[in-house]
Design a protein around this ligand. Structure first.
Ligand code: ATP
Length: 327
């Protein structure tokens, strides 16, 4: 089996009396997007800084491996495997986009010709060819972020840390950035993403960890996390009023919508609960015309997990969410 791209056990970091990371475990498989979510000051940037060798973890931390290399024993090898795009851009505004790229190529000791080719290819890929000869200070926020990522890619990193890559971008630029991130992963790159935008994690991440009070409050796919909090339900819709009434009689605890001929049943969307609903319908010889599973959105999850009341650490069950017609 191949090493995960990132594996950290009991990651700890304190500044004086302040415990920022209180022993967190992270595993990010290769070629996936992992998102660390958390409110301001939760420790997301600290985690990125440690995993990218910029900041030392506390000695009490467990093993940390990035790109298959031990972070403590071989930080140089880790640095060679990763790229980091931080909240504070590495772009130098006084020189052009192209010059920024060529500077990165020099830093990576690429031969002049190869550096020029790589710079031109990446500028083209990130739609910056036209602006390449203009000072980067004249670029829009979205262009600067694109240039920043392009610069990170000059070294062909296998793992990229993106610390709040779309903060402050308008919706169009944000969607463009999401597309870029998806394409990176299609190319086999692993992305470790921090964000305060729940929609961003929902759209992009294979797995999400919610950081709160120095610990991982919950971890799972977006769908799994949404099932951790109440508010989910199964909705059954009928076209025949008689069937609708029979279903309402056969199922318990349903909220009725007589106008829409729809029944709403509280449910965590788990396979077990779905099976129980379908069994009861089968027993009564009833077929619904439509069945949909509704889960709370990630906003609900975030507020529930990072609110004042502590939520125990848990991992959601692997349950497949269905949205399908019942046949
Ligand atoms: N060098 C440092 N010295 C002292 N305290 C620090 C240092 N770096 C970070 N902290 C503290 O650690 C905590 C976590 O900071 P961090 O920047 O990692 O949070 P974050 O989740 O990235 O927040 P944001 O979303 O606001 O960027 C904060 O309380 C911060 O003040």
């Amino acid at each position: 089996m191949t090493d995960p791209a990132i594996a950290a056990n009991g990651l700890r970091k304190s500044y004086g009396d302040k415990v920022v990371l209180d022993g967190i475990d992270l595993v990010v498989p290769e070629g996936t997007i992992f998102s660390l979510l958390g409110p301001n000051g939760a420790g997301k940037t600290t985690a990125v800084n440690i995993l990218s060798t910029l900041v030392s973890p506390d000695p009490a931390s467990g093993a940390i491996r990035v790109g298959g290399h031990d972070l403590g024993a071989d930080p140089q090898a880790v640095r060679a495997a990763i790229g980091v795009t931080g909240q504070f851009s590495a772009v130098d505004g006084l020189i052009t986009g192209e010059e920024n790229m060529l500077l990165m190529a020099d830093l990576h000791h690429l031969p002049k010709k190869e550096g020029r080719r790589t710079a031109a290819e990446l500028l083209d890929r990130f739609d910056l060819t036209e602006a390449a000869r203009k000072p980067a200070s004249t670029y829009s926020g979205g262009m600067k972020r694109r240039l920043d990522i392009a610069m990170t890619l000059v070294g062909s990193p296998r793992i990229i840390f993106l610390d709040e890559p779309t903060t402050g971008l308008d919706p169009r630029s944000r969607h463009n950035m999401w597309q870029i991130i998806r394409e990176l992963v299609t190319d086999g790159v692993t992305v470790f993403l921090t964000t305060q935008y729940l929609e961003e994690a929902d759209q992009l991440a294979d797995r999400i960890a919610v950081l709160n009070n120095g610990r991982i409050a919950a971890e799972g796919s977006a769908e799994e996390l949404k099932r951790l909090i109440p508010g989910g339900h199964v909705r059954l819709r009928f076209t025949d009023p008689h069937t609708y009434r029979s279903a309402a009689a056969a199922l318990h605890d349903t909220a009725r919508d007589d106008e829409a001929l729809a029944l709403q049943i509280p449910s965590d969307g788990s396979q077990r609960e779905l099976r129980s609903i379908l069994d009861r319908l089968d027993t009564a010889g009833i077929e619904a015309d439509e069945l949909t599973v509704h889960t709370p959105d990630l906003d609900d999850v975030f507020f529930a997990l990072t609110g004042s009341t502590a939520v125990p650490s848990q991992t959601a069950d692997q349950v497949h969410q269905t949205k399908e017609n019942v046949r």
